[in-house]
Design a protein around this ligand. Structure first.
Ligand code: C2E
Ligand code: CA
Ligand code: CA
Ligand code: CA
Length: 274
C-alpha cells in the first residue's frame, strides 16, 4: 500500500470505498455551492460582559446542501482546506461579511465584524490586494474588520507574519483564534503581530467547576493585558460562566448563553435600541 513507507501498511477497512465516494460527492457539491454563490453567512454576536451590549459579530460560513440540508463547517471547511477551495470560499465569505458589516457600521456605534481566514488564504499572494478592494467596494472602515487566524496556522512562518503586518497597515485588526489550543501559544504571542486573542472554549467549559482551569483563564487575561491585547472568551454557555469570567476581569465574550449564530436580520433586531 501507499503508506508502507511510514512503516505501517494501509489497512482497508470495510466501508472505506463508500467513504471516499462520499467525500468526493461532498467536494463536488461544495465546489458547485462556491461557484454558484450558495454559501451564506451567519453572525454570532460578541457582547460586553458588563451589560450584554453587542459590540461586534463573528461571521460564520453556512452551507445548505440541496439534498442533505445544512452541512456543518466542521465538515466542509476541512474539505475546502485540503482542496484549495477555501480560497474562493473564503473570498466569498469575506465579501459578504464586509458588505453586511458596512450596513451595521452606518448604524452608528463602533462595531467589529470578525471574519475567519485560513493560512491557505493568507498564502495567496493576492490576499491583501483583494482585501483592499473589498474594503473599497463595500465602504467598510478597516477598523471595523477583524481577521481571525488560528495559531497553529501561524507557527513560525515569516511570510505569513509579513502578510499580517500588511493587513494591519491597512488599519484592519488581526485576532488569534482558539487561543490556548496550539502548541506554541506563548512564543507566538510575543512575536505575532496581532491585536486580540480569542480564548478557546476549552478554558471556559470548566471555569466554574475547576479552580485550576479558572486560574489558567485568569492568567491568560493578565498576560493579554500585559501585552496590550484585547481578549474575548469563546463558548460561554451559562450565566455562571459569564459571571465568573466577568469577575476575573474579562470584558468581552461570545457563546450560546448570549446568542447563537444568527441571520443578519436577527442581528439587526439586537442592535436596534429598545
Ligand atoms: P471558530 O472560528 O472557533 O468559531 C466558533 C464556533 O463555535 C462556531 O461553530 C460557533 O457556532 C461555535 N460556538 C459559538 N458559541 C458556542 C457555544 O457557546 N457552545 C458551543 N458548543 N459552540 C459555540 P461553527 O459555525 O460550526 O464553525 C466551526 C469552525 O469552522 C469555526 O470555529 C471555524 O474554525 C470554521 N469556520 C467557520 N466559518 C469559516 C469561514 O468562513 N472561514 C474559515 N476559514 N473557517 C470557518
Ligand atoms: Ca473564529
Ligand atoms: Ca474559535
Ligand atoms: Ca474552533
Amino acid at each position: 500500500a501507499k503508506d508502507a513507507g511510514k512503516g505501517q501498511a494501509a489497512v482497508y477497512r470495510p466501508g472505506m470505498k463508500a467513504r471516499v465516494a462520499e467525500q468526493a460527492a461532498l467536494l463536488d457539491g461544495l465546489r458547485q455551492a462556491v461557484t454558484g454563490h450558495q454559501l451564506h453567512v451567519e453572525y454570532q454576536p460578541i457582547v460586553r460582559l458588563a451589560d450584554g451590549r453587542v459590540t461586534g459579530v463573528e461571521a460564520l460560513a453556512r452551507w445548505r446542501h440541496p439534498v442533505r440540508g445544512p452541512v456543518s463547517p466542521e465538515v466542509f471547511i476541512p474539505v475546502a482546506e485540503r482542496t484549495g477551495l477555501i480560497v474562493p470560499l473564503g473570498r466569498s465569505v469575506l465579501a459578504q461579511a464586509c458588505r453586511q458589516a458596512s450596513r451595521w457600521q452606518r448604524g452608528g456605534s463602533p462595531f467589529a465584524t470578525h471574519v475567519n481566514v485560513s493560512a491557505h488564504q493568507l498564502r495567496d499572494p493576492d490576499f491583501v490586494v483583494d482585501l483592499q478592494k473589498v474594503l473599497a467596494e463595500t465602504g467598510l472602515a478597516p477598523a471595523g474588520l477583524v481577521i481571525e487566524i488560528t495559531e497553529t496556522a501561524m507557527a513560525d512562518d515569516p511570510q505569513l507574519m509579513d502578510t499580517l503586518r500588511a493587513i494591519r497597515a491597512l488599519g484592519v485588526h488581526v485576532g488569534l483564534d482558539d487561543f490556548g489550543t496550539g502548541q506554541s501559544s506563548l512564543g507566538i504571542l510575543a512575536s505575532c503581530p496581532v491585536d486580540l486573542i480569542k480564548v478557546d472554549k476549552s478554558f471556559v467549559d470548566r471555569v466554574t467547576l475547576d479552580d485550576r482551569r479558572a486560574a489558567v483563564a485568569s492568567a491568560i487575561l493578565r498576560m493579554a493585558d500585559a501585552l496590550d491585547l484585547h481578549a474575548i472568551v469563546e463558548g460561554v454557555e451559562s450565566a455562571a460562566q459569564a459571571q465568573r469570567l466577568h469577575d476575573m476581569g474579562y470584558r468581552q465574550a461570545q457563546g450560546f448563553h448570549f446568542a447563537r449564530p444568527l441571520p443578519p436580520r436577527a442581528v439587526d433586531r439586537l442592535l436596534r435600541p429598545r
